[in-house]
Structures are given as C-alpha cells and as structure tokens.
Design a binder for this molecule. Structure first.
Ligand SMILES: Nc1ncnc2c1ncn2[C@@H]1O[C@H](COP(=O)(O)OP(=O)(O)OP(=O)(O)O)[C@@H](O)[C@H]1O
Ligand SMILES: [Mg+2]
Length: 344
C-alpha cells in the first residue's frame, strides 16, 4: 500500500516548478516535504490532490491511478479520497464546529451514523465540548483542531497537510504537533506534511524529503538527514552549523588561515568545505583560541557563538562564559560533514 509518484513535472509560464520528481511513499508513514519558500512544496501537494494538473508523469495510490500523462488518466480531486488540512484552515465561518466537521459526509450523502462519527472525530481532537460554537468564537489552535477533525471523519487513508501549524503560536504548535502525530498513527494514515520548519520535520516524520527548486535533494529518516547530509546546504538546513573552507593533506584538515585538525578516517586530498556541528566543538586547552561573541541560555545548556579566525563557530557548554572572553576550541572532523568543494 503506497503512494507512488513517477517522473512528475509541472511548469507555470514555462518556469519549471516541479522538475521530474519520483517518490515511493510507504503507507501509514509520516512524510514531511521540507524546503525553502518557493521550492514547490504546495505545488507538489496540490498535484497529488488533483487541484492542479501535472504536465507529465504519473501519480498512483495502491492500484488506483490518480494521474497518468501516458495513459491519459486524471481523476477528479473528490474521487481521490484524500484528507486535506491547510494553513488557513478553510473552515465555514457561518457554521458551528459540529456542522463544519459533518460537512464532508453530508456533501457526499454519506450520513450513516453521522452523529456518532462527528462526535468520535471531535473527541479525537478534544473538542466535543465546543461542538455548538461558531468558528469565529474559537482560538487559532481550536480552529486547526476542527480542520483536523474534518480530515479524520472521512476516514481517508492519506492526509495532505500544508503548513498546518504556521499560523499558531509556539505553545499551540507544540500541542498540535503531538496531536497530529498521535491521530495520524491512531488512524493509520499516510501523512504528507509540508513545512519549511526543520524542527517540525525532524520531530514528526518517519521520512523527510528535502526539496529545492522543484527537485528532491535528499530523502531519508530524520537521523539519516542529520548525520549524513548529502550536501553542505542540507547540512545547514537540517541542523545548526557553520562552514569553514580548507584542504585535506596527510590526514589533516587545514583551514585557509592555517588551523590544523586531525582526520581519523580515509579521504582523498584536495579542497573541502567542512560543516561544523555545534556538538563536534569542545572547549579544550590544546585547541585554538576563540572569542565569545554571543551567548543564549536555553535552560539545559548555554549556546555560544565564538569567533575562531574570523569564522563564527557555534558550540554548547554547561558553564556560563562571558561575552568577549577567550576559550580554546577543538573541532572534531567528522566524515559525513566534509564535502569536496566541486560537490557543492
Ligand atoms: N498558479 C501559479 N501560477 C504561476 N506560478 C505559480 C503558481 N503557483 C505557484 N507558482 C510558483 O511556483 C513556485 C513554487 O510555489 P509553491 O507555492 O509550490 O512554493 P512553496 O514551496 O509552497 O513555498 P512557500 O514555503 O512560500 O509556501 C513559486 O515560484 C511560485 O511563485
Ligand atoms: Mg507553500
């Protein structure tokens, strides 16, 4: 049971927006589409939903062909049986909570046990007590939960979500993150979740697909993407880190300013970009001096940025250090963060 996309392309006014994308998404998994503004996330979601028509390619869900340019198949959005949750919630403002949730079933004249199903969906999002409220009498988080209940009720196995948390404040986002995760697992939904927030993607997903300019840059588990990023761009997009240029010769990475760090793995000599993850930087008397530029207290630790030969380096430490003071820093060179320069 999978959602399969083969060689999908879409251009607007001759500008390619989705560029020959192929994907095989396992059912009941939570998949995030992650990428910068304008990279084609919403377009890909709307192509899957059938709200826009591709130029070329194929979209298939199990044995059903949603779209095929070769076979000239294009089934309408309402026949694709997909749940949708959007950024602006898309609720009916003049209806109350109950009627908004019941709406998709009434529209399909699928009203068997309507009341039981509406109440079940409302209780799944903990909104049963507000069923008679009008939409405009709800908070943003409550409105978002109504749109989630409406997606649950149709019992669709695939749910498409376009930045559903972006309109919410930090605390509500956290609650909704957990609610969306538990509901999609409980109802064994395949969730395709669009976000440009790497933290959301990392914490919620089974698989992350990183898009840029309509192409897939990398697909993998959050762990894969964090520990083995395919490019320096992904390394910086998925986690924190600064880059430093240098050369690999004789088991050392030597920066352009002459700082030398040992390498404990085999790699070919030449020019490299190294992405320094904060956790690979340690205060160490044998390290190079760096000046603390900024400090942020996060509760469990301090996050520092220090200047090491003009390069801002981020690192964590449990002790408080003052801005302007000098620390000696050692940088561990990790295999998966060393990128040959022509690979960029
Ligand atoms: N109907 C349209 N007509 C013309 N261009 C469009 C249309 N829809 C999207 N585009 C363009 O396609 C590109 C991708 O847009 P899309 O909305 O998919 O980006 P996105 O990744 O969702 O970005 P964001 O994070 O800002 O929501 C953009 O350059 C956008 O301007
Ligand atoms: Mg978008």
């Amino acid at each position: 049971m999978t959602l399969v996309i083969n060689h999908l392309s879409k251009a607007f006014n001759n500008n390619s927006v989705i560029d020959d994308i192929s994907l095989d998404l396992e059912s009941s998994s939570f998949i995030s589409l992650l990428g910068p503004s304008g990279c084609g996330k919403t377009t890909l979601l709307r192509l899957i939903a059938g709200l826009i028509t591709p130029d070329k390619g194929e979209i298939r869900h199990n044995d059903t062909i949603f779209y095929s340019s070769e076979q000239k198949v294009n089934i309408s959005p309402d026949k694709r049986n997909l749940g949708m949750v959007f950024q602006d919630f898309a609720l009916w403002p003049h209806m109350n909570v109950y009627d908004n949730v019941a709406y998709p079933l009434r529209a399909k004249k699928d009203t068997d046990q309507l009341n039981e199903r509406v109440i079940e969906a409302l209780s799944a999002v903990q909104l049963e007590h507000l069923k008679d409220r009008k939409i405009h009498e709800l908070s943003g988080g409550q409105q978002q939960r109504v749109s989630l209940a409406r997606a649950i009720i149709s019992n669709n196995k695939v749910i498409l979500m376009d930045e559903p948390l972006s309109a919410l404040d930090a605390t509500l986002r956290e609650d909704m993150r957990h609610l969306i995760q538990s509901i999609t697992k409980k109802y064994e939904m395949t969730a395709i979740f669009v976000t440009h927030d790497q933290y959301e993607a990392m914490t919620m997903s089974d698989q992350i697909i990183v898009l840029d300019k309509g192409k897939i840059l990398q697909q993998g588990t959050p762990e894969d993407l964090y520990t083995k990023p395919a490019t320096p761009y992904i390394a910086k997009f998925i986690g924190k880190g600064s880059d430093i240029q240098g050369t690999v010769v004789d088991k050392f990475f030597t920066t352009v300013t002459g700082l030398k760090f040992p390498i404990h793995f085999n790699t070919t000599p030449g020019p490299y970009t190294y992405i320094i993850r904060p956790e690979s930087v340690k205060i160490d008397n044998s390290g190079y001096p760096a000046q603390i530029q900024s400090v942020s207290y996060t509760g469990e630790r301090y996050e520092y940025v220090a200047l090491l030969d003009e390069t801002p380096i981020m690192f964590y430490d449990s002790n408080k250090l003052s801005i302007g003071s000098t620390v000696n820093l050692n940088i561990q060179i990790l295999n998966h963060f060393l990128f040959k320069q022509e690979e960029q």
